[in-house]
Design a protein around this ligand. Structure first.
Ligand code: ZN
Length: 177
């Protein structure tokens, strides 16, 4: 049995944010259940967020193909609403983030499973499931990309975000600097 399982269903709001200095930021996934003022928060890795955003794109592309009648809404992101503020009180660090689609409710579940220490029983990993509407998920993925970008310094020449090892700058004909 997992240590605990939480289903946020219905889910009022879901977001991600990063707190800390560039390069040392900690990423959080946070959701609110309807009519519950206390959010549920887990720590995630930047690479998990990146993979989640890509997974969302793939899922929507697949759904668009299979169920063209169910359109993915255009969303407008309000950064004020998406930002989380400390103190955050994470339940665990996620070792795994998954995505699943429930055809009956048309909800998409974002599943966070607790990271395991050596010697832990894999059956005991706690789980949080955020049951998202398409609009909530679209918002989450688009905002997640912005959060990832935010941590990178901007190139003084072209204004695009740079990776720590430099980037291929269009102002320098694609040379790294
Ligand atoms: Zn540049």
């Amino acid at each position: 049995m997992p240590r605990f399982e939480i289903d946020l269903k219905p889910l009022q709001h879901i977001t991600v944010d990063a707190i800390g200095k560039p390069g040392q930021r900690v990423f959080y996934l946070q959701g609110w259940r309807e009519a519950d003022p206390k959010p549920v928060t887990v720590i995630i890795e930047k690479i998990q967020l990146q993979a989640l955003a890509e997974g969302v794109d793939q899922l929507f592309a697949k759904l668009d193909h299979q169920k063209p009648e169910q359109t993915i809404p255009d969303v407008k992101i309000d950064p004020e609403k998406m930002r989380i503020s400390p103190p955050v009180d994470p339940l665990f660090r996620a070792g795994e983030l998954g995505l699943g689609y429930d055809a009956e409710t048309s909800l998409i579940v974002v599943l966070a499973r607790e990271v395991l220490m050596e010697g832990d029983d894999p059956q005991q990993a706690a789980e949080v499931r955020f049951w998202c509407s398409s609009a909530q998920l679209r918002c989450l993925a688009d905002w997640g990309r912005q959060v990832i970008e935010r941590g990178r310094p901007l190139c003084p020449l072209c204004g695009q975000p740079m990776d720590p090892e430099g980037h291929f700058c269009p102002k320098k004909n694609g040379h790294k600097h």
